[in-house]
Ligand binder design. Structure first.
Ligand SMILES: *Cc1c(COP(=O)(O)O)cnc(C)c1O
Length: 475
């Protein structure tokens, strides 16, 4: 497909220079003298160009999107609509409390709802992503110890953790202590005991972890940590698995972040705005970023005077549009949030049981909302790697699952169907996975050279990420 610059044919789509305007008042040194270099093409051709481009995108509206850890579920469009209501979208972040009562009420109510869902005692809505929530949480933990006159330096992180966990702790100046998972894919308690000392500030855990497995010993772990004077951080990116069934407070955690753009109705991916609210137990309340939204029974207000606050982590109070979507979703679902988790877990177990007959399942345990299989059999028998399988799925109008993560599983294929898929759609996916596995034996070349139907075939993924070439230069 040609770029829009290459399609430029000199047509006068729109004329940006109005000759009748007098620019003599402007400093002529600031005026552009040469041509602006925009493509010239008719309006209809512009629309066709961008429609063709957008049709190349894959999205949940187009097909199955089982991208593990990312919770690519269907986000009801009504939440989109609500977040664009003029009263929400046109409000200025600097309006005073008096004229922003509705928006403040919404944020206050969302704080209360998230307190209920997490079991925690106080919430900040400020962080704008999961990783940003982690950073906020680790800053809170750091300041907590400093305020108590302790200088604890270490943070323990299991080897199955998402890469943002060690990155966030490191950014706060902590030293990372990695611990190995046991044969059940869970935190190894003996290994944990062996690294625990007075210098440990916290452990960062994800539960269910990134293998989709619930950490059975979480209560013993929180007991051990608290007896050591350490805190527990809960990476809540996998909250879709537990809503209404349990919560991080019951498991003994002190700080938790949620990914509203995974669990709570904001479309995820494409780098769009997200929200990573952080909830804490009572003793950490005074360390939250400001402002916190408060209600005195009559008026909603922003409280900027928080005793030991780590300061603001974002301008104003977070990505408000995402907060509106989340609040609308929570109200709409009510007690049925529990059903969302129930169905997410049921769907994942259904797929896992079907697929384990054709792909190796390294941890054959009941899973939560996601699970990890591997392409090791296909690789060893026929030289077809997990990457090849992922590419072959693209030829079947299916988004590939997350691959090569978590790092502790070779040739990992991490599948998260979410609650929003039907049994029929999952059966279709199973059939496709079986077809690919069979083809890996009968015609491995076809899988190895996939994809065959996409506009772009194989890209150098490392260069694409590290040296993106985003600028069009005329030959
Ligand atoms: C997605 C994810 C994160 C990071 O969240 P972002 O919003 O992408 O920054 C952290 N941990 C886990 C387990 C995740 O799945």
């Amino acid at each position: 497909m040609k770029t829009i610059f290459e399609k430029s044919n000199g047509a006068d789509g729109i004329n940006l220079t109005d000759e009748s305007l007098d620019f003599s008042f402007m400093n002529c040194n600031n005026l552009r003298l040469g041509k602006i270099g925009l493509p010239q093409i008719g309006e209809l051709d512009v629309m066709r160009h961008y429609k063709e481009l957008s049709d190349r995108n894959f999205c949940i509206e187009k097909g199955f999107y089982p991208l593990g850890s990312c919770t690519m579920k269907y986000n009801p469009k009504v939440n989109e609509l609500l977040s664009t209501l003029e009263g929400f979208s046109s409000i200025h972040p600097l309006s005073d409390d008096e004229s922003s009562q509705g928006a403040l009420e919404l944020m206050f109510n969302l704080q209360e709802a998230l307190k209920k869902i997490t079991g925690m005692d106080a919430v900040t809505l400020q962080p704008s992503a999961g990783a940003h929530g982690e950073l906020t949480g680790m800053m809170i933990i750091k300041k907590y110890f400093e305020t108590n006159g302790e200088n604890r330096k270490k943070v323990i992180i299991p080897d199955s953790a998402h890469g943002t966990n060690p990155a966030s702790a490191k950014m706060c100046g902590f030293d990372i202590v990695e611990i190995k998972s046991n044969s059940k894919g869970q935190v190894d308690i003996d290994e944990l005991r062996s690294v625990l000392d007075a210098d440990v500030a916290a452990i960062m855990m994800t539960n269910p972890n990134t293998l989709g497995i619930f950490e059975e010993n979480v209560l013993e772990i929180s007991d051990l940590m608290h007896k050591n004077g350490s805190l527990l951080y809960y990476d809540g990116a996998n909250f879709n698995a537990i809503m209404g069934y349990t919560n991080p407070k019951l498991m003994g955690f002190d700080v938790v972040h949620l990914n509203l753009h995974k669990t709570m109705a904001t479309p995820h991916g494409g780098g769009g705005p997200g929200a990573g609210p952080v909830a804490v137990v009572e003793k950490l309340r005074d360390f939250l970023p400001s402002p916190i939204i408060e209600f005195d029974g009559k008026k909603y207000s922003r409280n900027y005077c928080i005793k030991h606050s780590i300061g603001s982590v974002k301008s104003f109070y977070g990505n408000f549009g995402v907060l509106v979507r989340a609040y609308a979703y929570i109200l709409m679902m009510g007690k049925n949030l529990k059903c969302a988790s129930e169905n997410a877990v049921l769907n994942a177990n259904y797929l896992k049981e079907k697929l384990k007959r054709h792909y190796i399942l390294p941890y054959d345990e009941p899973c939560m909302h996601e699970f990890v299989i591997t392409g090791e059999k296909q690789k060893n028998n026929n030289g077809v790697s997990t990457l090849n399988i992922a590419k072959a799925l693209m030829d079947e109008n299916t988004h590939p699952p997350t691959v090569y993560f978590p790092l502790i599983v070779h040739e990992a294929i991490m599948i998260e169907p979410t609650e929003s898929e039907t049994k029929e759609k999952m059966d279709e996916f199973v059939d496709i996975m079986i077809k690919i596995s069979k083809e890996a034996e009968s015609n491995p070349e076809k899988i190895i050279s996939a994809p065959h139907t996409t506009p772009v075939k194989r890209v150098d993924e490392t260069s694409a990420a590290r040296h993106p070439d985003l600028k069009y230069t005329e030959e």
